[in-house]
Design a binder for this molecule. Sequence first.
Ligand SMILES: O=C(O)Cc1cc(O)ccc1O
Ligand SMILES: [Fe+2]
Length: 442
Amino acid sequence: MTSQLKYLSGFGNEFVSEDPRCPGSLPSGQNNPQKCPYGLYAEQLSGTAFTAPRAENKRSWLYRIRPSVIHHPFIHLKSEYLSHNWDENITSPKQMRWLPFDVPAPSQAVDFVDGLHTLCGAGNPCTRSGIAIHIFLCNTSMNDKCFYNADGDFLIVPQQGVLDIITEFGKMRLEPNEICVIQQGMRFSVNVSEPTRGYILEVFDGHFQLPYLGPIGANGLANPRDFLTPVAWYEDRDVKGYQVISKFQGHLFRAEQDHSPFDVVAWHGNYVPYKYNLALFMVVNAVQFDHCDPSIFTVLTCPSNKAGTAIADFVIFPPRWSVQEHTFRPPYYHRNCMSEFMGLIFGNYEAKEEGFLPGGATLHSMMTPHGPDTQCFEGASNAALCPTRVADGTQAFMFESSLSLAVTKWGKETCQKLDSNYYMCWQALKKHFNPKWQPDAV
Ligand SMILES: O=C(O)Cc1cc(O)ccc1O
Ligand SMILES: [Fe+2]
């Protein structure tokens, strides 16, 4: 059933959508008719300041059975592992690697919201600056429960299990190797049918956009038409004690209401949730020699006010050909002024074929040295440089941020997945220095 879902294609478009059960439900020619068709209420959802420049201005108009305001007061909900308290620990600059995070056992029913675990982050949703990286670990659908994030946008990367997501804008089905973005304020509910795991990049300010392509030209990388937005779908369902969960200032709150919030019959606008299949990424890279920086694989970026510097980039390492001549082809050794958080959806990552596992993660903090492990360095330094497929059956990704990320107590201790032996993968790198070295005679 859900695999037949329809979507609207395009990135940043002004869309219109109407549930086909109510033709003419979208008011024509104006946003606020004195009486809306079908007796609906009009409600605006703003994603930028009213006065934001036109090119950046984001808002949608929702025509719904009841306005969102009909709910009981919010009460604070204790959340064990969701945290924006970056002072719980002192974060070490060491290279960090986490083994795959455990999905809850079947005896313990955990839904998407209860299964949110913050691993690291920086900044503060109150001042609208910063990011958080969460791991979600769940095995149960959100029943008569929806969630919205008042603090920022979620970029969701499922790694194991399918997410059937109902949003106020309609339904989306998300499989591993697809991602979705659900922006500030949008209500959604996640249904799962198996042990489910994934990663979330949350940005407290701004929205994700496609990277500028510069000399690449008008096409390539993630193409706009491959981004898919749901079509309007509503249910008119009275439910006693439907729970609306809000993440507000880094804490969870619950309000009850007596109906489903997914009662939007029609909507229009450019502030919408969307998904993207990573297999559609048009890979660009070096075809003669040397190594492009990984920014060449940027799918989406959330820019800061500093030119060319992202609050966070979402970057992938897709299957591709590697063809460079007289080149050490894997990632170079480096120290970066940005933080690099990496996850693995499936397969293995070329710079570290062992130890970095699907559902696990690494964090290479600002200026912390990293690069290929010993095995990768020795292999790639001596490999025959014929055209080679790399990363087949693999999808690694990186959240790269200009912020220095603090690791939570859950990330450091509670999850019990931090691999204290990670540093060992570089310890066997040998000294190859030869002061008598001569260039090869031609
Ligand atoms: O550290 C990493 O593995 C990610 C990465 C890959 C690459 O090809 C170049 C730089 C870089 O940070
Ligand atoms: Fe790196």
